[in-house]
Design a protein around this ligand. Structure first.
Ligand code: SF4
Ligand code: SF4
Length: 135
């Protein structure tokens, strides 16, 4: 199992060796794609996590016990409606059909519930309307 997730750390746990334990105790391979960790502040980390279903499940349970909030990355893909020009470039590469053309109006519609979080649309969008939005 390989998936991208966003972890949110409260200010109380920002300095705990949680990521170290996740790798060492749960046999998981982690690739940190983005992180914003500041002393005594709420922090976040975008990770690609790889391991067996069982190890991932145990790792997620451990994270929850530590008070870390876990979000699948697809919940963080947004479209800036003001920037979107409905050019259609993203519809050719979106593998799930989350971005598709509404034939009646030729508008490009974004069905966020169909998004897998692959992020292919982010660099493909000329005006950069597709964003990974993490707070
Ligand atoms: S590529 Fe960007 S601007 Fe073009 S339709 Fe898709 S989201 Fe809108
Ligand atoms: S992140 Fe992937 S699945 Fe989601 S809208 Fe973009 S291309 Fe489609």
């Amino acid at each position: 199992m390989k998936r991208k997730i966003v972890l949110h750390f409260s200010r109380e746990i920002w300095d705990k060796p949680i990521i170290y334990r996740l790798i060492k105790d749960f046999n998981l391979i982690l690739n940190i794609l983005k992180a914003n960790v500041l002393p005594r502040r709420e922090s976040f980390m975008v990770l690609e996590i790889e391991g067996s279903d069982n190890d991932c499940r145990k790792g997620f349970e451990y994270l929850k016990e530590c008070g870390v909030t876990i979000e699948p990355i697809e919940q963080n893909i947004r479209r800036d409606e003001e920037k979107c020009t409905h050019c259609g470039a993203c519809t050719a590469i979106c593998p799930t059909g989350a971005l598709s053309i509404k034939r009646e109006t030729m508008e490009v519609v974004f069905f966020s519930e169909m998004c897998s979080g692959c992020e292919l649309c982010v660099p493909a969008c000329p005006p950069r309307a597709m964003e990974v939005h993490i707070e």
